[in-house]
Design a protein around this ligand. Structure first.
Ligand code: NAD
Length: 357
C-alpha cells in the first residue's frame, strides 16, 4: 500500500514517544512491503515559537492532504501558568480536529493481563475489562460561544452547546461499534441538571431504536466516575460528550495502569488522527523515561482504523504484549516483581518492541 502519513511531534514528551511510533511505522512498512511517505510538521508550543501560530497554515495543508496523522502531544507550562496567554498550544489541536471534521474520539481501554499489578485497582476487579469510549470531539463547552471575560475580568463565561445532529452522528457510531462487540452502550450525561444533557439523552434514545440488538443504559456522569473504577468489567461501549469524555478517559487510564498506555483515534472524515491520550508531561520531558506504548498503540489504531491494515495492527499489538510478557517495563508501569535490569527508558523500550514485531 502507498500512504502519506503526517507526523506531528508536538511538545514535551511528544517527540520522544512519537519517534518510537515513527520507527514502528517504518518497520511495518519494511516487513509488510508497504510504501509509507512520512512527512513532519509543526504543532503546539513548538509551532508558536517558530511561526507565532499553534497550527501554521503549512501544517493544516499537509494534514488535509495526507492519509493519516500520528500526533504526539502539545502543551507547555508557560501557558498553563499564564491564564492571560492569548495564543495557546491546545488551540492548535482543537482547530485541527475541527478543520478536519474529526467529531468522534475512540479510546479503547483494555487491560493487559501482564499489567494487572501496575494498576492501583485490585486485579480481581480489573480482570476482563475491555471498554471502548466514544467521546464527542468537536462540540460542547470546548467550542461553544460566547466564551469570554466580563465585568473587567471578574466574571467568566463558557457556553455548552450541542445540536441534535452532533449527538446523532456520534451515537450512531457508538451503536454500530457495540453491535460488533458485547452489544451494550452506556451513555453518560448530566440530564438531571443540564439542558444539553437532556437533548443528548433524547437523541441517544431515538438512535437506539435503530439498533434493537444493542442494550442501552444511561448513567449520570458523577456516579459514572465511581462505577468506572469499582466495576469496570461491566462496561462495553461508553458514549459521552466532549468534557465528560476527556475526564472519564483520564480516569480510565488508571484501570489500565498508566497514562502512557492509552491510545486514541479521532475520526469523522477522510483523514484520521491517532494519538496517545496523555499530554506533553513536562514533569518527565527530556529524561527518556516516558512510556512510548501509547504512541505505539496509536500506530496500531492508525493501521486498523486509518488504513484498514488489520494484520499490521495485530503485529504491533502482539509485539507490545510480547514485550510486557517478557517482563520489560518503563518506570510508570513497574511493580515489585519487575527485575531492575528490565526497567527501560523510552528509546530502549521502543527498541525491544521493534525487535518483537
Ligand atoms: P499529562 O498527560 O501530560 O501528564 C499527567 C501525568 O501522567 C504526569 O504525571 C505525567 O508524567 C504522566 N504521564 C503522561 N504521559 C506519560 C507517559 N507516556 N509515560 C509516563 N508517564 C506519563 O497531563 P497534564 O500534566 O495535565 O498536562 C501537561 C500538558 O499537556 C498541559 O500543557 C496540557 O494542556 C497538555 N495536554 C495535551 C494533550 C494533548 O496534546 N492531546 C492532552 C492532555 C494535556
Amino acid at each position: 500500500m502507498q500512504a502519506k502519513i503526517l507526523i506531528l511531534h508536538g511538545d514535551g514528551i511528544g517527540p520522544e514517544v512519537t519517534r518510537v511510533g515513527q520507527q514502528v511505522l517504518q518497520v511495518i512498512a519494511r516487513n509488510f512491503g508497504h510504501n509509507f511517505t512520512l512527512e513532519e510538521a509543526l504543532l503546539g508550543h513548538q509551532a508558536i515559537q517558530l511561526t507565532g501560530q499553534p497550527l501554521p497554515d503549512e501544517t493544516l495543508n499537509k494534514a488535509k492532504n495526507c492519509d493519516a496523522i500520528l500526533l504526539g502531544a502539545v502543551g507547555h507550562p508557560m501557558y498553563d501558568n499564564n491564564p492571560k496567554a492569548v495564543v495557546r498550544p491546545e488551540q492548535g489541536i482543537l482547530r485541527l480536529r475541527k478543520e478536519l471534521g474529526l467529531f468522534a474520539n475512540l479510546r479503547p481501554i483494555q487491560v493487559f493481563d501482564e499489567l494487572l499489578e501496575a494498576s492501583p485497582i485490585k486485579s480481581e476487579i480489573l480482570r476482563g475489562s475491555d471498554i471502548l469510549f466514544f467521546r464527542e470531539l468537536t462540540g460542547g463547552i470546548y467550542f461553544g460561544t460566547p466564551r469570554e471575560r466580563r465585568d473587567n475580568g471578574q466574571t467568566a463565561v463558557d457556553t455548552c452547546i450541542y445540536t441534535r445532529e452532533e449527538v446523532k452522528r456520534i451515537a450512531a457510531m457508538a451503536f454500530e461499534a457495540a453491535q460488533k462487540r458485547k452489544k451494550k452502550v452506556t451513555s453518560v450525561d448530566k440530564a438531571n441538571v443540564l439542558e444539553t444533557s437532556r437533548l443528548w439523552r433524547e437523541v441517544v434514545n431515538e438512535v437506539a431504536q435503530s439498533y434493537p440488538d444493542v442494550e442501552l443504559e444511561h448513567q449520570l456522569v458523577d456516579s459514572m466516575t465511581m462505577k468506572l473504577i469499582s466495576q469496570p468489567s461491566k462496561y462495553d461501549v461508553i458514549l459521552t460528550e466532549n468534557l465528560f469524555g476527556d475526564i472519564l478517559t483520564d480516569e480510565a487510564s488508571q484501570i489500565v495502569g498508566s497514562m502512557g498506555l492509552l491510545a486514541s483515534a479521532s475520526i469523522g472524515s477522510n483523514v484520521g488522527l491517532f494519538e496517545p491520550i496523555h499530554g506533553s508531561a513536562p514533569d518527565i520531558a527530556g529524561q527518556n523515561i516516558a512510556n512510548p506504548i501509547a504512541s505505539v498503540l496509536s500506530v496500531a489504531l492508525l493501521f486498523q482504523i486509518g488504513l484498514g491494515l488489520q494484520e499490521e495492527a495485530s503485529a504491533v499489538v502482539g509485539a507490545v504484549k510480547k514485550t510486557l510478557a517478557k517482563g520489560y517495563r518503563t518506570r510508570d508501569i513497574k511493580d515489585a516483581n519487575t527485575e531492575p535490569n528490565k526497567i527501560l527508558g523510552t528509546r530502549e523500550m521502543g527498541e525491544v518492541i521493534i525487535e518483537n514485531i
